[in-house]
Design a protein around this ligand. Structure first.
Ligand code: NAD
Ligand code: DAU
Length: 370
């Protein structure tokens, strides 16, 4: 039986994927409300949501998912029937430097949400039908060898970083709340997203921004690690499908069909940015240090640095189940998706420049000196 989501409570909706999802959902549906609930950590950004304040279906509320009482009150006040859970500490490198926040938000925070949802939806029967959708990652499955088959939903969990271990723990809690209390849950485990509003600490936006600023492009180890890149719009569509067509208690893998080595991604971005800057000489004033404006190519900035400890070598996602049960198929191709992403960063320079003064600079310094 399909579920009709109506009033959504979107945790982490001011982050990269949450922002894209909220915009996607509001543009594809005509009814129902969307409450974004976000603590606005370094990764949360109100600029991501700008323009939405004019939409009467949308509301932003600041808060921490670990605050169970507050979450419960808000779910009750707004008669929420659908919780879409993005809020997390999401950067693997940060989890290596400081795992505590990851355990707090990803494990304790997810559990606080589950408790609030159970209290209202199971114990109080507040709404006739409900759904708790948990957004998770392919990293819970660990690392693949070159010839291994792609991860399926039956692949054993083998997380290798504090980040992926915390996500694995949260996935298990979601499963347990379905099995034990009958909470209507779905989980999507997806691969590496890219696209608009991506915080410039992750590989793709970091590379684009550093080329423009003429800074080194740090490639961990040999750069031959493989990720299955997924355009964020495809991920948002997969989540929408899981909300409407997903079966309670089920897990769906979501992939992009785009396995690519990191070094290839970085080289492709170097070519793309060089090409765009060649066509836009007026940008030299803003980016005088970018190699293209100094008779060089961006690829000269590539710098192999010390590898990430516990670095997963390869991810690949088998999404047959989502294709069959949800009718999901990734629509974006990596080549055009990367070009569109470069264009987005070139058309939204103030968006990412505003982030440079924040935690970003400190983060880069720490990262390089590892
Ligand atoms: P992000 O880091 O860009 O955003 C996280 C958001 O959560 C931010 O807005 C932040 O302010 C908020 N947040 C953090 N702690 C909070 C707390 N305690 N209470 C309330 N809000 C809090 O993350 P993202 O890349 O958009 O990822 C979203 C989700 O998708 C995460 O659960 C992540 O594990 C998962 N995921 C991400 C990817 C990816 O490639 N980015 C891939 C697979 C899965
Ligand atoms: O697979 C899904 C995961 O993808 C999500 O669960 C995470 O939240 C998300 O951050 C992402 O994790 P990764 O560690 O794969 O993404 P990141 O962009 O940090 O790194 C991508 C690859 O590029 C990885 O192999 C590490 C490498 N890398 C990364 C950075 C930031 C570099 O070589 N240099 C860099 O500067």
């Amino acid at each position: 039986m399909s579920f009709e989501p109506r009033n959504l409570f979107v945790t982490g909706g001011a982050g990269f994927i949450g922002t894209n999802f909220v915009r996607h959902w509001l543009s594809k549906t005509k009814e129902g409300r969307v409450i974004v609930f976000d603590a606005l950590t370094y990764a949360g950004n109100m600029d991501n949501l700008s323009g939405l304040e004019r939409n009467p279906r949308y509301e932003f509320l600041r808060g921490d998912i670990c605050d169970e009482a507050k979450v419960r009150k808000l779910l009750e006040q707004s008669r929420i029937d659908t919780l879409v859970h993005f809020a997390a500490e999401s950067h693997v490198d940060r989890s290596i430097l400081g795992p505590d926040d990851f355990i707090r938000t990803n494990v304790v925070g997810t559990h606080a949400l589950l408790k609030a949802a159970k209290a209202l939806w199971i114990d109080k029967k507040m709404v006739p039908a409900h759904r708790f959708h948990h957004v998770s990652t392919d990293e819970v499955y660990g690392s693949l060898g070159p010839a291994d088959p792609a991860f399926t939903e039956a692949t054993a969990y083998a997380p290798n970083s504090p980040y992926s271990a915390s996500k694995a723990a949260s996935d298990h809690l979601v499963r347990a709340y379905h099995e034990t209390y009958g909470l209507s849950t779905t989980v999507t485990n997806c691969s590496n997203n890219y696209g608009p509003y991506h915080f410039p600490e992750k590989l793709i936006p970091l590379t684009i921004v550093n080329i423009l600023l003429g800074k080194p492009l740090p490639v961990y180890g040999d750069g031959l690690q493989i990720r299955d890149w997924l355009h964020v719009a495809d991920h948002c569509e997969a989540i929408s499908l899981a909300l409407k067509r997903g079966k309670a208690g089920e897990v769906y893998n979501v992939g992009g069909n785009s396995e690519t080595a990191n070094i290839e991604i970085v080289r492709a971005l170097c070519e793309l940015v060089d090409l765009r800057l060649a066509a836009r000489p007026e940008l030299e004033k803003q980016f005088p240090l970018s190699p293209r404006f100094n008779g060089k190519s961006a690829a000269e900035l590539i710098t192999h640095v010390r590898d990430r400890p516990g670095h997963d070598r390869r991810y690949a996602v088998n999404y047959d189940k989502a294709a069959h049960d949800l009718k999901y198929t990734p629509a974006k191709n990596l080549k055009s998706g990367l070009a569109a992403t470069v264009d987005w960063y070139l058309h939204n320079i103030p968006w990412w420049q505003a982030l440079l003064g924040r935690d970003y600079a400190d983060w880069l310094t720490k990262n390089y000196s590892r």
